[in-house]
Design a protein around this ligand. Structure first.
Ligand code: ADP
Ligand code: ADP
Length: 238
């Protein structure tokens, strides 16, 4: 077991809870799609796992550690094992592809100036290998604001992979992409999961994509789990 989410509830203070008593367990290497309509709580759920959002109650256990009890330093170490992929990529647009990928290693609050000088040859080589595997070898020195959406998302994936994560949390990774770019991204995520054994939790609102790629689907609606099982049974039921 890599991840256990236990009775997690989140209220932002409004009348209804964004998450209401969510519990599930994820094994190493599983590729899980989290589906549900807009506002169901998918994004809040992923963010409660690595404490980008603080849950109101409940518990998360990741790789043996009780995430909600960690100190700042321990939490930063844990977060380096959990890569995040965002709908809007969250790249630094005025930096190049290679700078964005290496910069991910420093964490978001570090200074940008001279960042490249801080990396070892091994880190730079690993970044190049990852970018090549994602088909970005010709874009290394291009500024991120000149890339297509699909290319930007591949940079986001590369940045996450350079941290050698055990798990990727992907929050609507293809929601801003056209179908062909979306397919490329999903194919890469699936391959990464299969070849490297990296666990993936992927928020999607497209049921067909979830059916095509995932080992397991967690359906959420109004902050509650309404389905948790293999993709095959979801089609039979609904
Ligand atoms: P989804 O990712 O499925 O679209 P979200 O997790 O973004 O769902 O949102 C779940 C609910 O929580 C929605 O009602 C949304 O408006 C609310 N919500 C999300 N983020 C915040 C926030 N920062 N402050 C207040 N309410 C929020
Ligand atoms: P993205 O797709 O980039 O996550 P969103 O539009 O989902 O963008 O959310 C942008 C920000 O607004 C997030 O930090 C989210 O938590 C917050 N947010 C979402 N819903 C609400 C809400 N109902 N009230 C306040 N903040 C919200």
């Amino acid at each position: 077991m890599l991840l256990e989410v236990k009775n997690v509830t989140k209220s932002y203070g409004g009348p209804k809870k964004a998450l209401d008593d969510i519990s599930f367990v994820v094994k190493k290497g599983e590729f899980v799609a989290v589906i549900g309509p807009s506002g169901a709580g998918k994004s809040t759920l992923l963010r409660c796992i690595n404490r980008m959002v603080e849950a109101s109650s409940g518990e998360v256990i990741f790789s043996g550690a009780s995430v909600y009890e960690l100190s700042g330093r321990e939490l930063r170490r844990l977060r380096s094992q959990i890569g995040m992929i965002f709908q809007h990529y969250n790249l630094v647009n005025r930096l190049t592809v290679i700078e964005n990928v290496l910069h991910g290693r420093l964490g978001y609050k570090s200074t940008l100036a001279g960042a490249l000088g801080l990396f070892t040859e091994q880190e730079k080589r690993q970044a190049l290998e990852i970018l090549q595997a994602l088909g970005l070898e010709e874009q290394l020195y291009q500024r991120c604001d000149q890339l297509s959406g699909g290319q930007k998302q591949r940079v986001g994936i590369a940045r996450a992979l350079l941290q050698n994560p055990k798990m990727l949390l992907c929050d609507e990774p293809i929601a801003s992409l056209d179908p062909s770019a979306a397919k490329i991204i999903m194919d890469h995520l699936k391959k990464i999961s299969q070849e490297r054994g990296i666990t993936c939790l992927v928020n999607l609102h497209q049921v067909d994509v979830a059916l095509a790629y995932s080992d397991r689907i967690i359906g959420i609606k109004e902050g509650r789990i309404v389905y948790d099982g293999p993709p095959g049974e979801l089609t039979a039921e609904k």
